[in-house]
Structures are given as C-alpha cells and as structure tokens.
Design a protein around this ligand. Structure first.
Ligand code: GLC
Ligand code: CA
Length: 509
C-alpha cells in the first residue's frame, strides 16, 4: 500500500476545461502545469486527470483511439512527462484515467477486428458468429462491418467492449472463457499501457468502469480476479503506484479486487446520494436544511462497508465528478460549506472536483458537447478571474461557455471573500493535513439517532458535530473541549451542544 495515500487529497481536472495556455479555446496540459501552484495552494497533493489520450471525442476522451499518445489538442507526450516532473517537484502525484472496458470504434485494434480476415485482434472485442445472431440481452451493433457478426458495446455505440471473456457462458458458439489466450492477451495489453505511463512518471490510475470487464459475471468474481492480478503486478513492479476504481462497491473493489481506493459515488444511488442529493434536486438529502433526509440510511450503507474495507484500502468521498450535476444544483451555500466540512474530515481519500472549491454552478441549459448530454453543465471551463472567458482562454471560442451571470464565482473573487466556500474547503484540507486523526486511516466512531438529523462523529481526539437543519438544534454529548473550527454559532454546556441553524463545529477532546 503506497504510504502517500494516507495523507492524499485529490483534485480532479477535466483537461479540456481547466486552463487554455495557447489561446485555441481548449484547456491543455501546459495549462495544467502552469496552474500547479494553484492546486498546491488548495492543499491538494494529488491530481486525477480525465483522459488525455488521442480520441475522436465521442465521449469526451473515454473513447480512446491511442492509449499511448496524448491528444494533439492537449499537447504532446513530452508535455505530459513535463507535467509529471513539475508536479513531482511540488510534491503532487498524478493519476491518469485508464479506460480498460472499451476503446473507440476508431482504435486500430477494432479496425482490424471488424475485418472479415482473421488477425491477432479478431478476439480483442466480443463478436457473435453471424449477423443474424443478436441475443437481446446484450447491447449489440448489428450489420455495420465487413465481418459476419455483431459486436457488443460497453457504453455509447462508439465504444465496443474489449474482450475479457465470459464468466457464465450462455452462448458457447461465440463467448470465450476468461482464461482463453485471447482474453488473457487483452489483460496483458492493458498492463502494457499501464507500464508505458508508469515508466514515464505517472503515479497510477483512476480506472473507468472497473467492474465492466468480464461479462455474465454478476458477482464480479472473474473481474475482481483480473484486477487482483494487476495489483500484484503493481506491488511487484511499481509499489508506489495507486489505483482508484469507479466501482462504488468497496467490498468488491477494495477487498476482492485489490484497488487501493474506491469512489463513493455512483449513478444508481447509494449512501452518497442519501447525504447530498436524494429526492427531487436534493430535497431529501441529509444536508438539506429542510430536515427530510435520513442519516441512518447513509450510516447503514456506509459504516459496514467502511469496517470491512479499512486496512485494505480507502473509500473515497468526492465533492462531485464530471458525470453528475454539481452540488450547487442541489444545496444552498451554507449547506455546501457543511458538505465540505464533512467530506474532508471523514476517513478515506477525498477528491475535490475542479471548480467545486469556488462553488461553480451547474449550467443546465447547455447543448451537449462531445457526448456530455446532461453532464455537459458540470464540464464548463474553470473560472479564474474577471477577464475574457473568466480567465480560462484568450480565444474567441472556448470549449464550453463560462457562467454568464454577473455574479459568477471566480478564483479571484472567492479568494478575496472571507465568507466563501473556497475558504472552508482550503481550511478543512489544511486541518486534514495537520491532524493525524483526520487522515485516511484514522479511526471513526459515528453517532446518530434514528430519524434525527443532527449527528456527530469522533476521530481519535477530534469530534465533529453537524447540524444541517435550518433550525437551532441540541445534541446531547459528554464531549467538550477546545474548539478547532466552527461554522455558525455553537455552545457547549451541561452535557449538550446547542447549535445554530446549519452549523458545524470541530473540537479537540
Ligand atoms: C465512466 C466515466 C464517464 C464515461 C463512461 C464511459 O462512467 O466517468 O464519463 O462516459 O465511463 O467510459
Ligand atoms: Ca489550448
């Protein structure tokens, strides 16, 4: 287990929208290198970079055409190596995004695979034996290539699924077992890509749709086995490298598959949503001041998973990512401050999505860009200052429009505002670095009463009390001590803490 993870705080950068260094309207790698001091100033010591590889951008780069080549619009492989080196000088690690489940349908492997002639790549993807064979339980593309067969897609139609085999074989005419040499070759191809970038200085990978490799693998047994093998490779060859999975199932991802971290966020809804998003635009979220949320639903889901996975790896809370509406779409400013106090004081390895630290808005009215659809509104350019395109680009056509409102938050105006989300985010991250009790593997004792919202948790000698409600609340507690941080007014006396509406306090006992 890489030691650095215990004190890691990640910053997720969507490269096309972060900073455009050459005025062509698209964020780029040199732009990120220029802004490393900004990232460091937040207290973040690690970055997750969304895909930067050559791609036709039908899914914003999650449709890879060449895993070993930086997309020209972002720069060159040398620029990326330079980013690794400059980041390392500042004590910042960089994880790339690994997309192992599928490629673009323009990837050379796929171009070969869809030809009628057999080749080394004929089994790299999943094809049926004939175009007349399209079992409805699979998502197939039919009748569009020379080869007589239909192929399975993993996400959008432009993303054919790579072939890692089937766990339960229901159509032996075309489904290969996982130990077929051609399926093992797919695993080796992915390891080869990992070694390529690790050798150039990458510090690991965020793994896209990590649970999607083996098909008909409901319990994810065979998929976990593949990742365990990848972890063994890292342990032997790159022991400082880290992997975080988009899986959202810590038992499977951390305990079985060997991921160092697993994101606590998904599309179907889990404890994460219970806290920050549930209901119609967050009206049933625990952090909504209306009090309709249920902290027990979160605790019942999270605590057992935390207990089982601690020691093996970290559950990663995130402020958001590039696939979900920003939290500003769900909660008010004071609630968002409490959300950040929570995310950066819980166990695990936290992730901050670019722009969330300044309270960027979700822009709901944008036309889809590069397969973003409803996600497009969370992928708009970073807002730096009051200049042209809010400092993102000197070009006339930015990748996406910046927030047009006159009160659009920017780094410049938020850094100068004592009452900003930015202040809370940076304060909380610096407390996390300061106190060992707040680190990834520190202890957690979570205390709540069924049906009631105010709650608190103890981590070593620090206790965090939260009153997300829009009214004053009292929590019975025997804990008392020095106040380390406070949002809203809180008062300790006679075995109670009286908390103002939407308040938070951290004490040292
Ligand atoms: C993951 C990515 C998402 C992408 C999809 C397909 O969910 O986060 O952005 O569209 O996988 O690769
Ligand atoms: Ca550019």
């Amino acid at each position: 287990m890489p030691k650095w993870l215990n004190d890691a705080v990640f910053y997720e950068i969507y490269p096309q929208s972060f900073y455009d260094s050459n005025g062509d309207g698209i964020g780029d790698i040199n732009g990120i290198t220029e802004k490393l001091d900004y990232v460091k100033g937040l207290g973040c010591n690690a970055i997750w970079l969304n895909p930067v590889y050559d791609s036709p951008f039908m899914d914003a780069g999650y449709d890879v055409r060449n895993y070993k080549q930086v997309a020209a619009r972002y720069g060159t492989n040398e620029d990326l190596v330079n980013l690794f080196n400059e980041a390392h000088k500042k004590g910042i690690k960089i994880l790339l995004d690994l997309v192992p489940g599928h490629t673009s349908d323009t990837h050379p492997w796929f171009i070969e695979a869809k030809k009628a002639a057999k080749s080394e790549y004929s089994n790299r993807y999943i094809f049926t034996k004939s175009v007349w064979d399209a079992p409805p339980e699979y998502r197939m593309m039919c009748g569009i290539c020379e080869r007589n067969g239909n192929y399975m897609v993993n996400y959008f139609s432009s993303q054919p699924a790579l072939n890692y085999g089937f766990y339960n074989i229901t159509h032996p005419e075309w489904q290969l077992p996982c130990d077929h040499p051609d399926c093992l070759a797919t695993v080796e191809a992915i390891k080869d890509i990992m070694r390529f970038w690790l050798d150039k200085g990458a510090d690991g990978f965020r793994v896209d749709m990590a649970d999607s490799l083996v098909k008909n693998d409901d319990e994810k047994i065979a998929t976990a086995k593949i990742w365990r093998g990848v972890r063994d490779m890292l342990d032997a060859e790159y022991p400082e490298a880290a992997m975080v999975s988009e899986w959202c199932s810590p038992d499977r991802a951390i305990v079985n598959a060997g991921f160092h971290m697993d994101f606590y966020l998904d599309h179907q809804g889990n404890g994460y949503n219970t806290l920050f998003r549930s209901g119609e635009w967050g009206d049933k979220a625990v952090f909504n001041p209306n009090g309709k949320g249920n902290v027990k639903a979160f605790a019942d889901e999270y605590l057992p998973a935390y207990e089982r996975s601690k020691g093996c790896g970290y559950i990663s809370f995130m402020t958001n990512n590039h696939d979900m509406p920003r939290v500003t779409a769900y909660l008010d400013k004071q609630a968002i401050k409490l959300v950040n106090a929570f995310i950066f004081t819980m166990p695990g390895v936290p992730f901050l999505y670019y722009g969330d630290e300044i309270g960027m808005r979700y822009q709901s009215d944008l036309v889809s860009k590069e397969g973003g659809f409803s996600r497009t509104g969370s992928r708009t350019p970073m807002q730096w200052n009051s200049g042209k395109n809010l400092g993102f680009s000197t070009g006339d056509e930015p990748y996406l429009p910046v927030d047009k409102n006159s009160d659009a938050p920017t780094v410049e105006n938020q850094q100068n505002d004592e009452d900003s989300i930015y202040k809370v985010v940076t304060d909380m991250i610096s407390l996390r670095h300061k106190y060992d009790d707040l680190k990834g593997n520190g202890e957690l004792e979570f205390v709540y009463e069924d049906g009631k919202i105010p709650f608190f948790y103890k981590r070593g000698n620090l206790v965090m009390f939260f009153n997300p409600l829009g009214k004053e609340s009292v929590i019975n507690t025997n804990y008392n001590g020095e106040k380390i941080y406070e949002l809203g007014c809180t008062e300790f006396s006679d075995g109670k803490v009286k908390m103002a509406p939407q308040s938070f306090v951290m004490i040292k006992v």
